[in-house]
Design a protein around this ligand. Structure first.
Ligand SMILES: [Zn+2]
Ligand SMILES: [Zn+2]
Length: 375
């Protein structure tokens, strides 16, 4: 309908490669300048305001912007063709509320809805530290959670039952005040009653007018085996209460697992280090290792190298899903005695004379040895 439709970038006065922030700033500036509330009766300002809103709605949407860049106005369906459609303009309400200090200027929704709109309560986070063993075996534990509960005396209204409330004299019970200006109908929540339409004449004795009481609640938390630091358990609807009949939020128990002095977790595997002496390394040995599953007899093979490890299947952490467990890796730390008795010295001297001395430098060898491991 409009052959002389202006370029969107030109309308906002920005370059074609502007990022979102530049676009938003430019649009905000224009919206402030041309807003009909600031230019009552000025038709040109109103047109520029609509134009800017249309340009911004297209350019702030990645897909629409790409289409516009390729095909121009043909590429995007016109939003301003037949009057102003507020729903098509993202961020407009946001920006206007930033700029002018009120909410949705187009009054979507009715006063009645606004006042009693159900709102879901907030989610609550509860941090819980548990022992390493408990993260392995699972745990059922009671926690005390402070939360707000609706006051029973006033059903959350904050006023004495019977005669505590009275109709708001400013909005006469509507909960909002309407300003009509140019093509905008601006609805604003009544500041006197906070949009409720009623004001408290006599505050509830129980909650002092708050409508809510702080209560400690005991909750049972079932922690499954295999959880780790950062695992979140959601307790549905145990968060803060909703408003106007909305559902409560959720409670998230966020776990921290105390590190174990011996066993270190990596994914679902556990790692520990066991010192052995050179004779055990050379000859092999059978040792008893106290694992988290009790005493285990472990066979160290003949010729175990420093840095090698043993893998014990199924003694790692359980999977939270309940299917199977990781493995336990035992790292062998071959320790050379630093103090020798007379007898030990004699035997080492014999060994020295019998063992081949391989003292050629071999840089790579060291790293290859570390990779050894026994199943
Ligand atoms: Zn009011
Ligand atoms: Zn109360």
């Amino acid at each position: 309908m409009n052959v002389t439709k202006r370029d969107y970038y030109e309308i906002l006065g920005v370059g074609r490669d502007s990022d979102d922030k530049v676009l938003k700033d430019a649009y905000r500036k224009l919206a402030m300048e041309c807003h009909p509330d600031r230019n009552p009766g000025d038709h040109t300002a109103e047109e520029r305001f609509k134009e800017a809103a249309e340009a911004y709605s297209v350019l702030s949407d990645g897909q629409k912007r790409a289409a516009y860049d390729r095909f121009g106005h043909q590429g995007v369906p016109s939003a301003a063709g037949n009057g102003f459609d507020a729903a098509g303009f993202p961020d407009l309400a946001d920006i206007l509320s930033d700029v002018f200090g009120f909410g949705d200027p187009f009054g979507r929704g009715h006063a009645g809805q606004r006042r009693t709109r159900a709102q879901r309560g907030e989610d609550v986070r509860y941090d819980l530290e548990i022992a390493f063993e408990d993260s392995m075996n699972g745990l059922s534990i009671d926690i005390q959670v402070p939360r707000m509960e609706e006051c029973g005396r006033c059903s959350g209204k904050g006023a004495e039952p019977e005669d505590g409330l009275t109709t708001c004299p400013i909005c006469r019970g509507r909960g909002e005040v309407i300003y009509q200006q140019a093509f905008l109908s601006v609805r604003r929540a009544c500041s006197q009653c906070g949009g409720r339409g009623q004001i408290i004449r006599r505050p509830c004795k129980e909650c002092k007018g708050e409508g809510y009481l702080r209560r400690e609640r005991k909750l049972k938390v079932n922690i499954p085996p295999g959880v780790d630091t950062g695992t979140q358990l959601r307790l549905s609807q145990e968060g803060q209460p909703g408003a106007n009949g909305g559902p409560p939020g959720d409670l998230y128990v966020v776990l921290k697992v105390t590190p174990h002095p011996i066993f270190e977790r990596q994914d679902h595997n556990l790692h520990c280090t066991v010192p052995i002496n050179p004779a055990q390394a050379a000859l092999g040995a059978t040792i008893d290792l106290l694992t988290l599953d009790g005493l285990q007899t472990i066979k160290i093979p003949e010729g175990a190298q420093p840095g090698s490890m043993l893998r014990i299947k199924g003694l790692g952490m359980p999977h939270v899903s309940g299917s199977g467990r990781g493995d336990l890796f035992v790292h062998l730390d071959v320790r050379i005695p630093s103090k020798l008795s007379r007898e030990q010295r004699r035997l080492f001297e014999q060994l020295r004379d019998l063992l081949p001395a391989e003292n050629e430098p071999s840089g790579k060898g060291i790293f290859n040895k570390v990779k050894d491991y026994f199943m």
